[in-house]
Design a protein around this ligand. Structure first.
Ligand code: PEP
Ligand code: MG
Length: 548
């Protein structure tokens, strides 16, 4: 049999080899009993088992994953969801057919919704549908729990239910590199390819996966396999070499030090991590606090989380700065009851600081917790989605009032440095007008707004490219203006941890990068290979001259 090569798009780098397990979506079949009472009982049992599975996954998940699983749990525990299916069962339809039809109707409703939030939730409903179908057919017990999996798309909950500790890979006929599951795969180091097209069943066989190039070889020839294995050994040697430098400072070949910080969404991510691997925390996405809870987190709960972060950063006795971003809800991160419903384009709507200033009561609680935590160590506060200077001034006024109230009540508190994310083009272009203590470039949003390519739409992912010369020139300009103004400039979007992009960011003038902890070793190795005397290519070269 000759080998077959397929090309898709890289969603998470890395190499993997082995047999493929094709995950079937909603193909579960079962033997109907013909008795409506038994069928209804079978559906009830399957719903209960699926709810237990989701609840167990949620217990071990953090951040957005916990939010998504919480949503699925709420769906499955809502009796209204299965009402139509039970009615159909009463009319003689077998349980699996009844459930599939009821859920498909529900999914179609979500897919047709005006609101992007509800459209995005259709995938969660499909996930719940398939999980219950798998329980009904007994397929759940046989579902693969590890290895290289192929599917049309993979819901995050399925990813979270698998054991990736022995490696594996994800091959998707559909999917998007900016999807939730792609972010999870990257943070766990699991190679993932999307957009392979066709029926996932054609991927069945023994495969070689090159997640970095987005290529799959099915039933490889002995020569292809040998070449792959030698590349894999080279990669492993490179990763091992990079890991040995993990606790060393990152300095370019020509002697320029680069501060390397980490991005955190949940303090649980820090357990087992030695703070010596980084120079501090460059971004805490506090949305997770608001997402995961049933109710908005109160001041004490927030203070406790911020305290844990500050304590972790200095746990080896070396003081390191922790930059905590105020709530960035809205856009693709809605919080029911807090964010605006029905916006036609939530990425351009009431998001980040816009929402915080609108919901002043909620914002004041967060500011008080931050002012108190600032007493515990070097803490900075950062505002997301700042568009006009007034937003900083309004925040300063609120902080001043809360600080005075805390002082009056005898509660220890302190004014921390107050900086802004530079992710809205208006702020990046007019950066001189923003009187912030520091700037941190949000390359994910800055790229989507400059290129007019939404970060959550797979079909335009090729345009949402941080290496676009317009983005690099903007980065270089902000770095240059920040230096001229005497303000620190860092970058904390995903680009900051990408070895292929880092040389361009450093050439553009950045000296502080913040990234996912899993990216540190490779990022530091990439920094050490940079020689600023030699230049890195057109985009960054032209970017270097752009700081005028
Ligand atoms: C960014 O936009 O680059 C960023 C760091 O913020 P988020 O990804 O949370 O929007
Ligand atoms: Mg952002």
């Amino acid at each position: 049999m000759s080998e077959l090569r397929l090309q898709g798009r890289s969603a998470s780098p890395g190499l993997a080899a082995g047999p493929v397990v094709v995950l079937a979506a909603q193909t579960a079949v079962r033997q109907a009993t013909g008795d409506p009472v038994h069928e209804a009982e079978a559906l009830r049992t399957a719903l209960k088992a699926a709810a237990i599975d989701i609840a167990t996954l949620a217990e071990h998940a953090g951040g957005e994953a916990a939010d998504m699983l919480g949503f699925q749990l709420a769906l499955i525990e809502d009796d209204a969801l299965a009402e139509g299916a039970f009615d159909a069962i009463g009319a003689g339809i077998p349980a699996d057919h009844a459930w599939r039809a009821a859920l498909n109707a529900e999914i179609a409703g979500y897919e047709a919704a005006e609101d992007e939030y509800f459209r995005a939730r259709a995938a969660d409903l499909a996930d719940v549908r398939d999980r219950v179908l798998a329980e009904l057919s007994g397929e759940a017990a046989r579902a693969p729990t590890s290895g290289i999996v192929a599917a049309h798309d993979l819901p995050p909950s399925r990813f979270l239910g698998m054991d990736w500790s022995k490696g594996g890979a994800i091959l998707l006929a559909g999917g998007s590199p900016t999807s939730h599951v792609a972010m999870l795969a990257r943070s766990r180091g699991i190679p993932m390819i999307v957009g392979l097209g066709g029926d996932p069943a054609r991927l069945a066989g023994d495969v070689l996966v090159d997640g970095t190039a987005g290529a799959v070889v099915i039933d490889p020839s002995p020569e292809t396999r040998r070449a792959f294995e030698s590349r894999r050994s080279e990669d492993e040697a490179r990763a091992a070499a990079a890991a040995t430098g993990l606790k060393e400072k990152a300095v370019t070949a020509d002697g320029t030090p680069i501060a390397v910080l980490i991005n955190v969404a949940d303090p649980d991510e820090l357990s087992g991590l030695d703070p010596a691997i980084c120079d501090g925390i460059g971004l805490v996405r506090t949305e997770f606090l608001f997402h995961a809870a049933d109710a908005l987190p109160d001041e004490e709960r927030q203070y406790d989380v911020y305290r844990r972060l500050v304590e972790w950063a200095a746990s080896d006795g070396v003081p390191r700065t922790v930059t905590i971003r105020t709530l960035d809800a809205g856009g693709d991160k809605p919080i029911p009851g807090l964010t605006e419903d029905g916006e036609s384009n939530p990425f351009l709507g009431v998001r980040g600081i816009r929402l915080s200033l609108k919901r002043e009561g909620v914002f004041r609680v967060q500011l008080r917790a931050l002012l108190r935590a600032a007493v515990l160590g070097p803490l900075k506060v950062m505002l997301p989605m700042v568009t006009v200077p007034d937003e900083i001034e309004a925040t300063r006024r609120l902080m001043g009032e809360e600080l005075a109230a805390l002082d009056a009540a005898g509660v220890p508190a302190r004014q921390p440095a107050l900086g802004i994310m530079v992710e809205v083009p208006a702020a990046a272009i007019a950066i001189d007008d923003f009187d912030a203590d520091f700037f941190s470039i949000g390359s994910n949003d800055l790229t989507q707004y400059i290129t007019a390519a939404a970060r959550d739409i797979g079909n335009v992912a090729y345009l949402a490219d941080p290496l676009n010369p317009a983005v690099l020139r903007m980065v270089a300009r902000v770095a240059a203006r920040g230096a001229a103004l005497g303000r620190d400039v860092s970058l904390c979007g995903d680009a900051g941890g990408e070895p292929a992009i880092i040389p361009h960011l450093v050439a553009a003038g950045l000296r502080t990068l913040s990234m996912a902890p899993v990216q540190l070793a490779a990022a530091k190795a990439a920094i050490r290979a940079i020689d600023l005397g030699r230049g890195v290519g057109e985009g960054a070269d032209s970017a270097c001259g752009a700081g005028k």
